[in-house]
Design a protein around this ligand. Sequence first.
Ligand code: ZN
Length: 129
Amino acid sequence: MPLAHRDASEITGYHAHIYYDADTRDEARSVRLGIETRFTCILGRWHDQPVGPHPKAMYQVAFEPDEFPRIVPWLMINRRGLDILIHPNTADPVEDHDISPIWLGNKLDLDIDSLRQFTIERAKKIAGD
Ligand code: ZN
């Protein structure tokens, strides 16, 4: 029996996480300005310290599936050397980050264990444990 395929309609939206450090903050600012003036998206705040599963400073860009074919090609040719994680948002955040993402530039090591733990805790809370 063939393995079942997941349907892409499970994807409710995407995040792009734009990574930077002290030396590349200007590039990150430039990319951010470019995004801000072109796309329908929600720009997260600057995180100068690692947060959640992310191993370095970054900001998040949230966008809907319809925006994907506009924003992702633009990032491919305008990322200014920055590493970018693009992951889908489905009901399974661990898979979204660990199995399903695409990377522009270098693939960084995400802290998937902390994400897994967070997801378990959240599920317990929802279940009323
Ligand atoms: Zn994200």
